[in-house]
Design a protein around this ligand. Structure first.
Ligand SMILES: NC(=O)c1ccc[n+]([C@@H]2O[C@H](COP(=O)([O-])OP(=O)(O)OC[C@H]3O[C@@H](n4cnc5c(N)ncnc54)[C@H](O)[C@@H]3O)[C@@H](O)[C@H]2O)c1
Length: 402
């Protein structure tokens, strides 16, 4: 296996630290990104809390501090199929990692424009990469970042397996055991694209024997990794706004700037989580442990723990003294749910999980306090609703909203 990887979406929140980590581990890294995430910042009038550098400065800073070179190609992979094909032929990567999708559920629900953009961007990007791998005739392992959200967030009362579910089917009165893809149950247009991705993977795996790993990732928390903290010019992005900010980072940031912690509904929603330092390690483990030729699509649940939103808010409130405030839930989802997700595969491969702890929460708190002046408080409340007739609650209440 050569050590050249293409990172589609390598300028983003997960892609940038992954690119640095892989480069540090001796991989030749090529980032392909159209910088659309930075353009969405402009559209939303909001930017990363941390002062991220241009991609050119980031790459220069990495060379300055490590001597290592990361290549960058500016391409929209949902639009420019030939560019992907030429890049594959030119660099002949052993693996490609696909982060290049519009990844915020609230943004995907904003209006018809964002719904159509998310579908077009994500589905075309995924399909173009797979089609180009086949067209290139090269043996390339595709690793994709999916979401634990594809399983849906309703209480099912079982530990959700890694992608495939064993079922017994009644065939003429006799029970036959089968293993089927876990039934998808998307709760937003964004999650819908992730479930559609899965079908596309199944097809290309069956028809063209492509080697594919789909990582069903939990909500990523934390911001810095060992590599991004070497030099301030390498700093990772920190989204705090109602559209792109992920729940735990938002809560810690709200506490750091003296804003009440914004819980939706009762806070009874349970979600799966992973720290950014583990994300980058999981990607390396996935690259180095590809499925065997002719194996089905390999699915890992890339998550290390599950918590309810209220539990997180309570922990952060205890740590910081911040008050909790409840807002009408802008999402169409169960008021509360249980969630248990199996994630044995990465543990078997040697992942030593970074669990939620005070030290790490304090680290985020410190970063948020340091860059507090970059925060536009008007962007904190989520103003994207799942249906037109739902209200945007900007006031909130002291008691849970049932
Ligand atoms: N952040 C999380 O908590 C989380 C959780 C689960 C899954 N994921 C998945 O991980 C992946 C990366 O997430 P992230 O948080 O780094 O998102 P991000 O928005 O920060 O990064 C995505 C990157 O892809 C680029 N991109 C998007 N469309 C592109 C296109 N058509 N052509 C080229 N580049 C394009 C963007 O410019 C951006 O740099 C996404 O697929 C997301 O669904 C993220």
């Amino acid at each position: 296996m050569n050590k050249l990887v293409i990172i589609f979406g390598g300028d983003g929140f997960c892609g940038w630290p992954t690119s640095l980590y892989l480069s540090k581990q001796g991989y030749d890294v090529v980032i392909v990104d159209n910088l659309s995430r930075r353009k969405i910042d402009e559209e939303l009038g909001c930017k990363s809390l941390t002062p991220i550098q241009s991609i050119e400065n980031r790459i220069k800073a990495w060379k300055d501090v490590t001597g290592k070179i990361i290549h960058f190609e500016l391409e929209d992979i949902s639009q420019n199929y030939n560019a992907i094909l030429e890049l594959l032929k030119k660099f002949k990567p052993s693996a490609v990692v696909h982060f290049a999708e519009q990844r915020a559920a609230p943004y995907s629900m904003k209006s018809q424009f964002q719904k159509r953009y998310t579908i077009n961007n994500n589905i075309n990007a995924t399909h173009n990469i797979l089609c180009a791998i086949v067209d290139s005739g090269l043996d390339i392992h595709m690793i994709h970042l999916g979401s634990t959200g594809v399983y849906g967030y309703s209480s099912v009362g079982l530990e959700i397996p890694e992608g495939y579910l064993k079922v017994k089917v009644d065939v003429n009165g006799e029970y036959k055991q089968m293993e089927i893809p876990y039934p998808p149950h998307p709760g937003s247009i964004y999650h819908l694209t992730k479930t559609m991705d899965s079908l596309i993977f199944g097809y290309y795996n069956k028809n063209d024997n492509l080697c594919i790993t789909d990582l069903h990732q939990g909500i990523v928390w934390g911001t810095e990794t060992n590599e991004t903290s070497i030099d301030e010019r390498l700093i990772n992005r920190f989204d705090y706004d109602g559209d792109y900010g992920t729940v735990l980072n938002r809560f810690v940031m709200q506490a750091a700037i003296g804003h009440p912690i914004t819980v939706h509904g009762t806070g009874g929603q349970t979600r799966a989580f992973i720290h950014i330092k583990d994300t980058v390690k999981c990607i390396r483990l996935a690259i180095e442990n590809p499925p065997k030729k002719n194996d089905r699509v390999k699915i890992f649940n890339q998550t290390t723990e599950q918590h309810s939103v209220y539990e997180l808010a309570k922990k952060i409130s205890k740590l910081s003294g911040a008050k909790i405030r409840y807002f009408v839930n802008p999402r169409k989802e169960d008021r509360d749910n249980t969630l248990k997700v199996s994630s044995k595969s990465f543990l078997k491969l040697g992942l030593n999980p970074t669990k939620l702890n005070e030290g790490l929460m304090n680290e985020i708190h410190k970063i948020a306090s340091k860059y507090e002046n970059n925060c536009d408080k008007s962007k904190i409340i989520c103003n994207s609703v799942w249906k037109k007739d739902m209200i945007v609650d900007t006031i909130g209440s002291e008691t849970p909203i049932t």
